[in-house]
Design a protein around this ligand. Structure first.
Ligand code: SF4
Length: 257
């Protein structure tokens, strides 16, 4: 068995998307195992490393799971996705962990998925793996890309990677939409936000990419900016870029996974 034919997953389930422009839609979430970052606010710690077992939901929204041994091959993954009634869903979310760490598997699997399931493919990513993105970008329909700020994400400096990632997304053939999500905390520095916006503007000079500021949901002693700080951040960014929306993690507000 090779990495091209097999993947390491953390869980598969049906849920309500709670972030970005598609809040409220129903998706099948395929959560990949392993991530090379360690964000301060990471809310999926179980997906950071490969594990022996993956949790599969028994039916769409039952929240009853059974365990399956990793790695899974493409046919096994397809049959689990089919169990979750794809016809009721808007798209399939590839999330993690960092799905692009398994881009060789995705390169093989996504054409099969598109042929057999016929749902759009939505990638949620840290936005820091441009080379891996380039291998599969023409198989994607939507990309939700993070910009990680050094002051609050604790991931080191990723500016060049984020820029290269955006440049690749701009040239993608079938992509319907890409947007940027920036998690902000009480520690977020305005200078870094402005730097992010300037990078985005340099790649998308027509300002046609939406940016979502997401105040962190309290975790690991990290909290969101207070009311005034948030208002001031959005005001300052709107002075240089028109599409700055502030959205929380809605699924957490409504008690969803
Ligand atoms: S990129 Fe995502 S999965 Fe990885 S550490 Fe950050 S929040 Fe967690």
């Amino acid at each position: 068995m090779t990495e091209h034919n097999n993947c390491y997953l953390n869980e598969i389930y049906s849920a309500i998307q709670g972030e970005g422009p598609f809040v409220g839609i129903r998706q099948i979430f395929v959560r990949f195992s392993a991530c090379d970052l360690r964000c301060t606010w990471c809310d999926t710690p179980d997906s950071l490393v490969r594990t022996e077992l993956c949790s599969m939901e028994d039916g769409a929204g039952t929240r009853k799971f059974h365990k399956v041994k990793n790695p899974l091959n493409d046919n096994t993954l397809l049959s689990h996705i089919k169990l979750l009634l794809p016809e009721l869903h808007h798209s399939i979310s590839l999330t993690g962990g960092e799905p692009l760490l398994q881009c060789d598997f995705l390169n093989n699997f996504l054409p099969l998925l598109k042929k057999r399931i016929r749902l759009p493919v939505y990638l949620e990513t840290g936005g820091h793996r441009p080379k891996e993105l380039s291998k599969i970008v023409n198989l994607l329909d939507f990309i939700s890309m993070d910009f990680k700020l050094p002051s609050s994400a604790n991931t080191g400096i990723l500016w060049d990677k984020h820029k290269e990632f955006l440049e690749i997304s701009l040239k993608a053939k079938n992509l319907q939409s890409v947007w940027v999500k920036i998690v902000i905390t009480e520690d977020t520095l305005s200078d870094e936000l402005i730097h992010s916006i300037n990078i985005i503007k340099s790649v998308y000079p027509k300002n046609n990419l939406e940016i979502f500021l997401q105040p962190v949901t309290e975790i690991n002693n990290t909290g969101p900016p207070d009311e005034l700080k948030l208002l001031n951040i959005q005001r300052d960014l709107l002075k240089i870029y028109p599409k700055i929306r502030v959205t929380p993690q809605v699924h957490k507000l409504i008690g969803q996974r």
